[in-house]
Design a protein around this ligand. Structure first.
Ligand code: NAP
Ligand code: MG
Length: 403
Protein backbone atom coordinates (compact mmCIF):
# COMPACT_ATOMS: atom_id res chain seq x y z
CA UNK A 1 0.00 0.00 0.00
CA UNK A 2 1.47 3.39 -0.94
CA UNK A 3 1.46 6.00 1.77
CA UNK A 4 0.21 9.54 1.12
CA UNK A 5 3.03 12.09 0.69
CA UNK A 6 3.05 15.56 2.29
CA UNK A 7 4.85 18.45 0.59
CA UNK A 8 5.00 20.79 3.57
CA UNK A 9 5.33 20.04 7.28
CA UNK A 10 2.87 20.33 10.14
CA UNK A 11 4.33 21.70 13.37
CA UNK A 12 3.91 18.82 15.81
CA UNK A 13 3.78 19.87 19.47
CA UNK A 14 3.99 16.94 21.86
CA UNK A 15 2.71 17.19 25.43
CA UNK A 16 2.18 15.42 28.73
CA UNK A 17 0.72 12.47 30.63
CA UNK A 18 -2.21 10.45 29.20
CA UNK A 19 -2.55 12.63 26.12
CA UNK A 20 1.15 12.05 25.31
CA UNK A 21 0.36 8.33 25.30
CA UNK A 22 -2.69 8.86 23.07
CA UNK A 23 -0.49 10.99 20.80
CA UNK A 24 1.97 8.17 20.14
CA UNK A 25 -0.79 5.58 19.62
CA UNK A 26 -2.64 7.82 17.15
CA UNK A 27 0.53 8.42 15.15
CA UNK A 28 1.69 4.80 15.12
CA UNK A 29 -1.64 3.07 14.54
CA UNK A 30 -3.77 5.56 12.62
CA UNK A 31 -1.53 7.99 10.77
CA UNK A 32 1.89 6.57 9.91
CA UNK A 33 0.57 3.37 8.22
CA UNK A 34 -1.26 5.63 5.74
CA UNK A 35 0.74 8.86 5.50
CA UNK A 36 4.42 9.68 5.13
CA UNK A 37 4.04 12.10 8.00
CA UNK A 38 6.00 15.29 7.45
CA UNK A 39 6.22 17.11 10.78
CA UNK A 40 8.57 19.51 12.52
CA UNK A 41 8.63 18.14 16.06
CA UNK A 42 8.66 20.21 19.28
CA UNK A 43 8.58 18.42 22.61
CA UNK A 44 6.54 20.50 25.08
CA UNK A 45 6.53 17.69 27.62
CA UNK A 46 7.17 19.39 30.95
CA UNK A 47 10.63 17.86 31.36
CA UNK A 48 11.80 19.22 28.03
CA UNK A 49 10.24 22.63 28.67
CA UNK A 50 12.26 22.68 31.88
CA UNK A 51 15.46 21.54 30.14
CA UNK A 52 15.12 24.40 27.61
CA UNK A 53 13.93 26.99 30.15
CA UNK A 54 10.68 27.02 28.13
CA UNK A 55 12.48 28.21 24.99
CA UNK A 56 10.93 25.24 23.15
CA UNK A 57 7.44 26.75 23.58
CA UNK A 58 8.52 30.00 21.93
CA UNK A 59 10.28 28.04 19.16
CA UNK A 60 7.11 26.03 18.54
CA UNK A 61 5.04 29.21 18.21
CA UNK A 62 7.56 30.71 15.77
CA UNK A 63 7.49 27.46 13.77
CA UNK A 64 3.68 27.74 13.44
CA UNK A 65 4.16 31.32 12.22
CA UNK A 66 6.56 29.97 9.60
CA UNK A 67 4.71 26.84 8.44
CA UNK A 68 1.11 27.99 9.02
CA UNK A 69 -0.30 24.79 10.59
CA UNK A 70 0.34 23.20 13.96
CA UNK A 71 -1.14 20.41 16.07
CA UNK A 72 -0.72 20.44 19.83
CA UNK A 73 -1.05 17.75 22.49
CA UNK A 74 -2.43 18.80 25.88
CA UNK A 75 0.25 20.04 28.26
CA UNK A 76 0.60 20.53 32.00
CA UNK A 77 0.37 24.10 33.22
CA UNK A 78 2.71 23.98 36.23
CA UNK A 79 1.51 24.87 39.72
CA UNK A 80 3.25 24.43 43.09
CA UNK A 81 2.47 20.71 43.18
CA UNK A 82 3.89 20.19 39.66
CA UNK A 83 7.02 22.15 40.64
CA UNK A 84 7.72 19.46 43.25
CA UNK A 85 6.57 16.54 41.13
CA UNK A 86 8.92 17.47 38.24
CA UNK A 87 11.60 19.35 40.26
CA UNK A 88 11.14 22.34 37.98
CA UNK A 89 13.56 25.26 37.84
CA UNK A 90 10.66 27.71 37.43
CA UNK A 91 6.87 27.81 37.47
CA UNK A 92 6.56 28.20 33.68
CA UNK A 93 3.56 29.99 32.22
CA UNK A 94 0.73 28.13 30.51
CA UNK A 95 2.04 26.94 27.11
CA UNK A 96 -1.30 27.88 25.55
CA UNK A 97 -0.92 31.38 26.97
CA UNK A 98 2.57 31.69 25.47
CA UNK A 99 1.44 30.36 22.09
CA UNK A 100 -1.59 32.68 22.06
CA UNK A 101 0.50 35.72 23.00
CA UNK A 102 2.81 35.08 20.02
CA UNK A 103 0.16 34.00 17.50
CA UNK A 104 -2.47 36.55 18.70
CA UNK A 105 -5.65 34.70 17.88
CA UNK A 106 -9.19 33.67 18.56
CA UNK A 107 -10.10 30.22 19.89
CA UNK A 108 -12.84 28.28 18.09
CA UNK A 109 -14.43 25.32 19.86
CA UNK A 110 -16.81 22.90 18.15
CA UNK A 111 -18.34 19.60 19.33
CA UNK A 112 -17.89 16.30 17.45
CA UNK A 113 -21.33 14.82 16.81
CA UNK A 114 -21.93 11.06 16.82
CA UNK A 115 -25.00 8.82 16.78
CA UNK A 116 -26.17 7.98 20.29
CA UNK A 117 -24.43 10.98 21.86
CA UNK A 118 -27.39 13.34 21.82
CA UNK A 119 -27.32 17.00 22.81
CA UNK A 120 -29.57 17.73 25.81
CA UNK A 121 -31.14 20.42 23.64
CA UNK A 122 -33.40 18.33 21.40
CA UNK A 123 -33.51 20.74 18.45
CA UNK A 124 -29.71 21.06 18.12
CA UNK A 125 -28.97 18.99 15.01
CA UNK A 126 -25.70 20.59 13.88
CA UNK A 127 -22.61 21.62 15.85
CA UNK A 128 -22.43 25.08 17.40
CA UNK A 129 -18.98 26.62 17.31
CA UNK A 130 -18.06 29.14 19.98
CA UNK A 131 -15.51 31.78 18.93
CA UNK A 132 -14.14 33.30 22.10
CA UNK A 133 -12.27 36.58 22.18
CA UNK A 134 -9.30 35.88 24.43
CA UNK A 135 -8.16 39.36 25.48
CA UNK A 136 -9.13 41.86 28.18
CA UNK A 137 -12.46 42.74 29.83
CA UNK A 138 -13.06 41.23 33.25
CA UNK A 139 -9.94 39.00 32.88
CA UNK A 140 -7.72 42.11 33.04
CA UNK A 141 -9.90 43.83 35.62
CA UNK A 142 -8.63 46.24 38.27
CA UNK A 143 -10.83 45.85 41.33
CA UNK A 144 -11.22 47.52 44.68
CA UNK A 145 -13.18 46.92 47.85
CA UNK A 146 -14.84 50.15 48.95
CA UNK A 147 -14.93 50.29 52.75
CA UNK A 148 -17.27 53.24 53.22
CA UNK A 149 -18.62 56.53 51.85
CA UNK A 150 -16.61 58.29 49.11
CA UNK A 151 -16.59 59.20 45.43
CA UNK A 152 -15.27 56.87 42.71
CA UNK A 153 -13.97 58.37 39.46
CA UNK A 154 -12.63 57.07 36.17
CA UNK A 155 -9.51 59.08 35.23
CA UNK A 156 -7.68 58.91 31.90
CA UNK A 157 -4.36 60.80 31.64
CA UNK A 158 -3.17 61.39 28.10
CA UNK A 159 0.54 61.16 27.29
CA UNK A 160 0.61 65.00 27.03
CA UNK A 161 -0.74 65.20 30.57
CA UNK A 162 -4.33 66.23 29.81
CA UNK A 163 -6.85 64.50 32.07
CA UNK A 164 -10.39 63.25 31.51
CA UNK A 165 -12.53 62.45 34.55
CA UNK A 166 -15.93 60.85 34.95
CA UNK A 167 -17.79 60.08 38.10
CA UNK A 168 -18.40 56.35 38.53
CA UNK A 169 -20.43 56.47 41.76
CA UNK A 170 -20.88 58.45 44.93
CA UNK A 171 -20.82 55.78 47.64
CA UNK A 172 -22.91 56.34 50.78
CA UNK A 173 -21.69 53.04 52.25
CA UNK A 174 -19.40 50.08 51.53
CA UNK A 175 -19.35 48.30 48.18
CA UNK A 176 -17.11 47.17 45.35
CA UNK A 177 -15.51 48.86 42.36
CA UNK A 178 -13.84 47.66 39.15
CA UNK A 179 -12.41 48.98 35.87
CA UNK A 180 -11.64 47.10 32.67
CA UNK A 181 -10.38 47.77 29.18
CA UNK A 182 -9.99 46.43 25.66
CA UNK A 183 -8.06 47.45 22.53
CA UNK A 184 -9.27 48.31 19.03
CA UNK A 185 -6.41 46.23 17.59
CA UNK A 186 -7.47 43.17 19.56
CA UNK A 187 -11.16 43.55 18.70
CA UNK A 188 -10.27 44.00 15.02
CA UNK A 189 -8.17 40.84 14.96
CA UNK A 190 -10.99 38.98 16.77
CA UNK A 191 -13.47 40.14 14.12
CA UNK A 192 -11.24 39.16 11.19
CA UNK A 193 -10.51 35.75 12.70
CA UNK A 194 -14.29 35.13 13.02
CA UNK A 195 -15.09 36.29 9.47
CA UNK A 196 -12.22 34.20 8.02
CA UNK A 197 -13.28 31.12 9.97
CA UNK A 198 -16.91 31.48 8.86
CA UNK A 199 -15.77 31.63 5.21
CA UNK A 200 -13.48 28.67 5.80
CA UNK A 201 -16.20 26.36 7.13
CA UNK A 202 -19.10 27.93 5.19
CA UNK A 203 -21.29 28.70 8.23
CA UNK A 204 -23.18 31.82 9.33
CA UNK A 205 -21.53 34.03 11.93
CA UNK A 206 -23.55 35.35 14.89
CA UNK A 207 -22.31 37.99 17.31
CA UNK A 208 -23.99 39.48 20.35
CA UNK A 209 -23.03 42.10 22.95
CA UNK A 210 -24.88 44.28 25.44
CA UNK A 211 -24.47 47.49 23.40
CA UNK A 212 -27.85 48.90 24.51
CA UNK A 213 -26.54 49.14 28.08
CA UNK A 214 -22.80 49.46 27.44
CA UNK A 215 -23.14 52.31 24.95
CA UNK A 216 -19.42 52.95 24.52
CA UNK A 217 -17.62 49.75 25.49
CA UNK A 218 -19.78 47.03 23.92
CA UNK A 219 -20.86 49.48 21.23
CA UNK A 220 -17.20 49.55 20.11
CA UNK A 221 -17.24 45.76 19.59
CA UNK A 222 -20.43 46.04 17.56
CA UNK A 223 -19.07 48.92 15.45
CA UNK A 224 -15.74 47.20 14.73
CA UNK A 225 -17.47 44.01 13.56
CA UNK A 226 -19.90 45.97 11.36
CA UNK A 227 -17.20 48.20 9.82
CA UNK A 228 -14.90 45.31 9.01
CA UNK A 229 -17.79 43.27 7.63
CA UNK A 230 -18.95 46.09 5.32
CA UNK A 231 -15.46 46.99 4.12
CA UNK A 232 -13.83 43.59 3.74
CA UNK A 233 -16.27 40.67 3.92
CA UNK A 234 -19.79 41.50 2.71
CA UNK A 235 -19.08 40.45 -0.89
CA UNK A 236 -17.24 37.28 0.07
CA UNK A 237 -20.03 36.25 2.46
CA UNK A 238 -22.55 36.85 -0.35
CA UNK A 239 -20.60 34.63 -2.74
CA UNK A 240 -20.26 31.91 -0.09
CA UNK A 241 -24.01 32.09 0.65
CA UNK A 242 -23.50 32.76 4.36
CA UNK A 243 -24.63 35.57 6.65
CA UNK A 244 -23.29 37.80 9.41
CA UNK A 245 -25.95 38.41 12.03
CA UNK A 246 -25.60 40.85 14.94
CA UNK A 247 -28.06 40.93 17.83
CA UNK A 248 -28.15 41.65 21.57
CA UNK A 249 -26.43 38.94 23.63
CA UNK A 250 -29.68 37.98 25.40
CA UNK A 251 -31.47 37.65 22.09
CA UNK A 252 -28.52 35.60 20.77
CA UNK A 253 -28.82 33.19 23.72
CA UNK A 254 -32.57 32.77 23.16
CA UNK A 255 -32.15 32.24 19.40
CA UNK A 256 -29.29 29.75 19.82
CA UNK A 257 -31.44 27.67 22.17
CA UNK A 258 -34.27 27.55 19.61
CA UNK A 259 -31.99 26.98 16.61
CA UNK A 260 -30.90 23.73 15.01
CA UNK A 261 -27.26 24.81 15.41
CA UNK A 262 -24.77 24.98 12.56
CA UNK A 263 -23.52 28.51 13.23
CA UNK A 264 -20.40 30.15 14.63
CA UNK A 265 -21.24 32.15 17.71
CA UNK A 266 -18.72 34.89 18.37
CA UNK A 267 -18.58 35.84 22.05
CA UNK A 268 -16.82 38.47 24.09
CA UNK A 269 -14.30 37.00 26.52
CA UNK A 270 -16.61 36.38 29.48
CA UNK A 271 -19.61 35.32 27.38
CA UNK A 272 -17.36 32.84 25.54
CA UNK A 273 -15.98 31.43 28.78
CA UNK A 274 -19.45 30.75 30.17
CA UNK A 275 -21.22 29.77 26.95
CA UNK A 276 -18.50 27.34 25.78
CA UNK A 277 -18.91 25.32 28.96
CA UNK A 278 -22.66 25.29 28.46
CA UNK A 279 -22.40 24.26 24.80
CA UNK A 280 -19.72 21.59 25.48
CA UNK A 281 -21.77 20.04 28.27
CA UNK A 282 -25.01 20.20 26.31
CA UNK A 283 -23.35 18.38 23.38
CA UNK A 284 -22.08 15.57 25.63
CA UNK A 285 -18.46 15.75 26.75
CA UNK A 286 -15.22 17.75 26.77
CA UNK A 287 -13.54 14.73 25.18
CA UNK A 288 -15.77 15.34 22.13
CA UNK A 289 -14.80 19.00 21.75
CA UNK A 290 -12.30 20.24 19.16
CA UNK A 291 -10.41 23.48 19.51
CA UNK A 292 -8.44 25.58 17.05
CA UNK A 293 -6.57 28.83 17.49
CA UNK A 294 -6.81 31.00 14.37
CA UNK A 295 -4.39 33.90 14.16
CA UNK A 296 -5.01 37.06 12.15
CA UNK A 297 -1.83 36.17 10.21
CA UNK A 298 -3.63 33.10 8.86
CA UNK A 299 -1.95 30.47 11.03
CA UNK A 300 -3.88 27.55 12.56
CA UNK A 301 -3.11 25.59 15.71
CA UNK A 302 -5.30 22.55 16.46
CA UNK A 303 -5.66 20.93 19.88
CA UNK A 304 -8.06 19.02 22.14
CA UNK A 305 -10.21 21.13 24.47
CA UNK A 306 -9.43 18.92 27.48
CA UNK A 307 -6.27 18.59 29.59
CA UNK A 308 -3.72 15.81 30.06
CA UNK A 309 -6.23 13.52 31.88
CA UNK A 310 -3.93 13.15 34.89
CA UNK A 311 -6.16 10.75 36.83
CA UNK A 312 -6.10 8.23 33.98
CA UNK A 313 -2.33 8.65 33.59
CA UNK A 314 -1.64 7.73 37.22
CA UNK A 315 -3.82 4.64 36.78
CA UNK A 316 -1.90 3.81 33.60
CA UNK A 317 1.40 4.17 35.48
CA UNK A 318 0.08 1.84 38.17
CA UNK A 319 -0.46 -0.79 35.46
CA UNK A 320 -4.26 -0.50 35.47
CA UNK A 321 -6.38 -0.42 32.31
CA UNK A 322 -7.64 3.00 31.26
CA UNK A 323 -10.51 3.95 28.99
CA UNK A 324 -9.44 7.37 27.76
CA UNK A 325 -11.27 8.93 24.83
CA UNK A 326 -8.88 9.89 22.01
CA UNK A 327 -11.46 11.66 19.80
CA UNK A 328 -10.54 15.29 20.55
CA UNK A 329 -6.82 14.56 20.11
CA UNK A 330 -7.49 12.58 16.92
CA UNK A 331 -9.59 15.44 15.54
CA UNK A 332 -6.78 17.88 16.34
CA UNK A 333 -4.61 15.79 14.00
CA UNK A 334 -7.26 15.44 11.28
CA UNK A 335 -7.98 19.19 11.51
CA UNK A 336 -4.30 19.99 10.95
CA UNK A 337 -4.02 17.42 8.13
CA UNK A 338 -7.12 18.79 6.39
CA UNK A 339 -5.81 22.35 6.67
CA UNK A 340 -2.39 21.30 5.31
CA UNK A 341 -4.18 19.45 2.49
CA UNK A 342 -6.26 22.52 1.67
CA UNK A 343 -3.29 24.91 1.68
CA UNK A 344 -1.13 22.59 -0.43
CA UNK A 345 -3.84 21.28 -2.77
CA UNK A 346 -3.19 17.74 -1.49
CA UNK A 347 -6.53 16.03 -2.19
CA UNK A 348 -5.55 12.49 -1.08
CA UNK A 349 -4.38 13.82 2.30
CA UNK A 350 -7.63 15.74 2.82
CA UNK A 351 -9.72 12.72 1.81
CA UNK A 352 -7.82 10.43 4.19
CA UNK A 353 -8.25 12.82 7.14
CA UNK A 354 -11.98 13.08 6.41
CA UNK A 355 -12.28 9.29 6.21
CA UNK A 356 -10.47 8.88 9.53
CA UNK A 357 -12.99 11.27 11.13
CA UNK A 358 -15.97 9.48 9.57
CA UNK A 359 -14.71 6.04 10.58
CA UNK A 360 -14.21 7.03 14.23
CA UNK A 361 -17.58 8.80 14.45
CA UNK A 362 -19.26 5.72 12.90
CA UNK A 363 -17.50 3.50 15.42
CA UNK A 364 -19.07 5.46 18.28
CA UNK A 365 -22.44 5.26 16.53
CA UNK A 366 -22.05 1.48 16.28
CA UNK A 367 -21.64 1.22 20.07
CA UNK A 368 -17.90 0.70 20.52
CA UNK A 369 -17.20 3.26 23.23
CA UNK A 370 -14.75 4.49 25.81
CA UNK A 371 -16.17 4.61 29.33
CA UNK A 372 -16.97 8.37 29.33
CA UNK A 373 -19.16 7.91 26.24
CA UNK A 374 -20.73 4.66 27.46
CA UNK A 375 -22.14 6.69 30.35
CA UNK A 376 -24.08 8.99 28.00
CA UNK A 377 -24.66 7.04 24.78
CA UNK A 378 -28.19 5.91 23.93
CA UNK A 379 -27.14 3.08 21.55
CA UNK A 380 -28.51 -0.34 22.48
CA UNK A 381 -25.57 -2.77 22.44
CA UNK A 382 -22.59 -1.08 24.06
CA UNK A 383 -19.11 -2.51 23.71
CA UNK A 384 -16.97 -0.66 26.27
CA UNK A 385 -13.27 -0.79 25.37
CA UNK A 386 -10.01 0.46 26.85
CA UNK A 387 -7.81 3.26 25.50
CA UNK A 388 -5.87 1.04 23.14
CA UNK A 389 -8.90 -1.06 22.18
CA UNK A 390 -10.70 2.02 20.89
CA UNK A 391 -7.76 3.06 18.72
CA UNK A 392 -7.34 -0.51 17.42
CA UNK A 393 -11.04 -0.60 16.53
CA UNK A 394 -10.60 2.59 14.47
CA UNK A 395 -7.50 1.07 12.79
CA UNK A 396 -9.49 -2.06 11.90
CA UNK A 397 -12.34 -0.06 10.39
CA UNK A 398 -9.86 1.98 8.35
CA UNK A 399 -8.45 -1.26 6.93
CA UNK A 400 -11.85 -2.70 6.02
CA UNK A 401 -12.81 0.50 4.25
CA UNK A 402 -9.57 0.34 2.24
CA UNK A 403 -6.39 2.37 2.78
P1 NAP B 1 -8.58 17.15 32.25
O1 NAP B 1 -7.26 16.61 31.87
O2 NAP B 1 -9.39 17.71 31.13
O3 NAP B 1 -9.41 15.97 32.94
C1 NAP B 1 -10.48 16.17 33.84
C2 NAP B 1 -11.38 14.93 33.86
O4 NAP B 1 -12.23 14.95 32.71
C3 NAP B 1 -10.63 13.63 33.79
O5 NAP B 1 -10.19 13.21 35.05
C4 NAP B 1 -11.69 12.72 33.19
O6 NAP B 1 -12.69 12.36 34.13
C5 NAP B 1 -12.36 13.64 32.17
N1 NAP B 1 -11.69 13.63 30.86
C6 NAP B 1 -11.02 14.65 30.25
N2 NAP B 1 -10.57 14.27 29.05
C7 NAP B 1 -10.95 12.99 28.89
C8 NAP B 1 -10.76 12.03 27.85
N3 NAP B 1 -10.09 12.35 26.72
N4 NAP B 1 -11.28 10.79 28.01
C9 NAP B 1 -11.96 10.46 29.12
N5 NAP B 1 -12.17 11.33 30.14
C10 NAP B 1 -11.67 12.57 30.03
O7 NAP B 1 -8.44 18.30 33.33
P2 NAP B 1 -7.58 18.37 34.70
O8 NAP B 1 -7.48 17.02 35.32
O9 NAP B 1 -8.17 19.50 35.41
O10 NAP B 1 -6.12 18.81 34.25
C11 NAP B 1 -5.03 17.91 34.07
C12 NAP B 1 -3.83 18.67 33.54
O11 NAP B 1 -4.14 19.17 32.24
C13 NAP B 1 -3.41 19.87 34.38
O12 NAP B 1 -2.02 19.78 34.65
C14 NAP B 1 -3.71 21.07 33.52
O13 NAP B 1 -2.71 22.07 33.66
C15 NAP B 1 -3.69 20.51 32.13
N6 NAP B 1 -4.59 21.17 31.17
C16 NAP B 1 -4.10 21.38 29.92
C17 NAP B 1 -4.90 21.92 28.93
C18 NAP B 1 -4.33 22.11 27.56
O14 NAP B 1 -3.17 21.83 27.33
N7 NAP B 1 -5.10 22.57 26.61
C19 NAP B 1 -6.23 22.25 29.21
C20 NAP B 1 -6.72 22.00 30.50
C21 NAP B 1 -5.90 21.45 31.47
P3 NAP B 1 -12.65 11.02 35.02
O15 NAP B 1 -11.35 11.03 35.78
O16 NAP B 1 -13.87 11.16 35.86
O17 NAP B 1 -12.71 9.84 34.08
MG1 MG C 1 -14.74 28.39 31.78
Amino acid sequence: MTRIAMQKPIVEIDGDEMTRILWRMIKERLLEPHIQLNTEYYDLGLQHRDATNDRVTVDAALAIKKHGVGVKCATITPNAQRMREYSLKEMYKSPNGTLRAILDGTVFRAPILAKGINPCVGNWKKPITIARHAYGDVYKNTEMRVEGPGRAELVFTRRDGEERRMEVFDFEGPGVLGAMHNLDASIESFARACFNYALDVGQDLWFGTKDTVSKTYDQRFKAVFEEIFENEYRDRFGKAGIEFFYTLIDDAVARVMRSEGGMIWACKNYDGDVMSDMVATAFGSLAMMTSVLVSPGGQYEYEAAHGTVTRHYYRHLAGEKTSTNCMATLFAWTGALKKRAQLDGNAPLGAFAKKLEDVSVDLIGSGTLTRDLAAISTVKNKNVVDTQGFIEAIADRLQTRGG
